[in-house]
Design a binder for this molecule. Structure first.
Ligand SMILES: Nc1ncnc2c1ncn2[C@@H]1O[C@H](COP(=O)(O)OP(=O)(O)OP(=O)(O)O)[C@@H](O)[C@H]1O
Length: 249
């Protein structure tokens, strides 16, 4: 991948409907005609009531949900990359090198110690193991995770401890596009402050961030723009689209 041009992400006329096979094939339309752009160094915060489709948008951008209609494009100096038509095998490389995702919940792999969970994205990029370990330990220390926990699998950690491992893993690889789904939800004030700093540093190095933050203080401090989703969920949603797609996950 080469250096970035402006904007880095464009979403045009995005449409999402779920087909609920367990409910007789009922269609649930959650998004219609959503468009946005996101530039390097910018943090756009998704707003709107519960269930409006904020997490669904992030999951489409991370390839876990299919797009029903519209386009998602990344713009590189040497050309555009369409995410809505990206073949499954290409997502692996894209998630490793370009699109990071930090959710509220850590997907724990049994027996893998916390520090290894954090190191893994760096090793996948070919970073030397000793260097990766130093960076991972520095990140865990910065997020105030007690050193005695670093060598333990996070399955039994508290919600806030697991979330900090997740944040360390999400930020360490310095992806150009970061998707943040309530990364501060279980954190105390001191650790929320660390996350605000990590976001500001990511912006300063030119990352583009798209996030969901229910904490208004955090939102106000990191957001360059707010995007309320409700205007995209209007009367149009009363009808059922002809091109509804199946649930992938
Ligand atoms: N895999 C799925 N299958 C069927 N419906 C889904 C699926 N994922 C999300 N939905 C539905 O899509 C709608 C939007 O959900 P989403 O989680 O994106 O909302 P949200 O705005 O992030 O809400 P919250 O603020 O409560 O997290 C909801 O009605 C939800 O039930």
């Amino acid at each position: 991948m080469t250096s970035l041009t402006q904007p880095f992400l464009s979403v045009d006329a995005l449409h999402k409907a779920f087909v609920l096979h367990g409910q007789g094939g009922m269609t649930l339309e959650v998004m219609r005609d959503l468009s946005l752009t996101l530039s390097p160094g910018e943090c756009l915060v998704l707003a709107g009531p519960s269930g409006i489709g904020k997490s669904t948008l992030l999951k489409m951008l991370h390839g876990s949900y299919r797009v029903t209609g519209g386009t998602l494009r990344l713009h590189f100096e040497d050309g555009d990359l369409s995410l809505d038509t990206l073949p499954a095998h290409a997502w692996h490389t894209l998630r490793r090198d370009v699109i990071g995702y930090v959710s509220q919940f850590l997907r724990v792999v049994p027996r893998v110690p916390a520090v290894e969970v954090v190191i893994e994205p760096l090793l996948a990029r070919g970073v030397d193991e000793a260097e990766a370990r130093v960076r991972a330990e520095a990140m865990l220390a910065r997020l105030n995770l007690p050193e005695r926990l670093w060598s333990l699998p996070p399955g039994t950690f508290s919600g806030g401890e697991q979330q900090r491992v997740n944040i360390a893993r999400g930020f360490i690889a310095e992806h150009p596009l970061l998707l943040l789904d309530e990364p501060t939800a279980s954190l105390d004030a001191a650790n929320r402050e660390v996350v605000v700093q990590l976001i500001q540093e990511a912006k300063a190095r030119g990352a583009a961030l798209l996030g969901i933050f229910h904490d208004e203080d955090v939102r106000d401090r990191v957001a360059d723009r707010l995007l309320p989703l409700s205007p995209h969920m209007g009367a149009a949603l009363a009808s059922t689209p002809a091109n509804a797609e199946e649930i992938r996950s």
